[in-house]
Design a protein around this ligand. Structure first.
Ligand code: B16
Ligand code: MG
Length: 217
């Protein structure tokens, strides 16, 4: 029986990917690294430190750990500044409606994001009140595709993984949900999240009616 919902943030509740892209692009330009939208797509759902390693590998760059942390921090400063412009208008279409519906139906709701800036994003969206539990990049050390962030969220909700549905837009996020024995809803194209239990192109189609009808006991 489904009792809880666990949401990824970027690509499910709001689209911060564009702001991450702009910040990585600025850092890469400053460093003389190649960075484009195709490479940005590879960073979907993975942690900041994993992201910078993907970009460095792509550019054949190798640096000491302290310098990598310094550069990742520079990117993060640019990204966090850009969040100041985010407003409650910036939900992905359908996301606020689904969260509101889940609240009115009495479901438990958690966030399960890789981002260490999730609290700021939720505040900018005025979305904090929708969540019983906020699991973010500070909550666990092993990032997706490890299931740890979703297990953290279900544990704090007091629910078993098979009582929860995870919403994810990233391939590695669906991998993480499956590794943790959660039900999964993929948001995005077949080639990215086709391995989810059910997939929708956008959050607008992922209404509670549609989701419940797929997962009914
Ligand atoms: P931060 P999600 C992820 O968010 C993003 O998709 C990914 O591109 C980013 O690198 C990661 O958060 C870490 O973000 O630098 O803010 O800690 O999809 O897990 O909500
Ligand atoms: Mg995501």
């Amino acid at each position: 029986m489904i009792k809880g919902f666990i949401f990824d943030l970027d690509g499910v509740i709001t689209d911060t990917a564009e702001l991450h892209y702009a910040a990585w692009k600025k850092l890469s330009d400053e460093q003389g690294w190649h960075f484009d939208r195709e490479l940005n797509e590879k960073l979907r759902g993975i942690s900041r430190m994993d992201s910078i390693k993907v970009i460095m590998d792509h550019n054949g760059v190798s640096l000491d750990d302290a310098t990598i942390v310094e550069l990742a921090t520079m990117k993060n400063d640019i990204y966090v500044d850009s969040l100041d412009d985010m407003t409650p208008e910036d939900y992905l279409p359908g996301a606020r409606e689904l969260l509101t519906h889940l609240r009115s139906e009495g479901f438990s709701v958690a966030l399960g994001s890789a981002s260490k800036n999730a609290n700021k994003v939720l505040k900018q969206l005025n979305a904090v009140h929708f969540f019983d539990v906020i699991g973010d990049g500070n909550s666990v050390s092993k990032s997706k595709p490890a299931p740890d962030i979703f297990l953290f969220a279900s544990d704090k909700l007091g629910l078993r993984p098979d009582n929860c549905i995870v919403f994810e837009d990233a391939e590695k996020g669906i991998d993480a949900a499956k590794a943790g024995n959660f039900h999964s809803v993929g948001i995005g194209p077949e080639e990215r999240v086709g391995h989810a239990d059910i997939r929708f192109d956008t959050m607008k189609q992922a209404t509670l009616f549609e989701v419940k009808s797929h997962f009914k006991d």
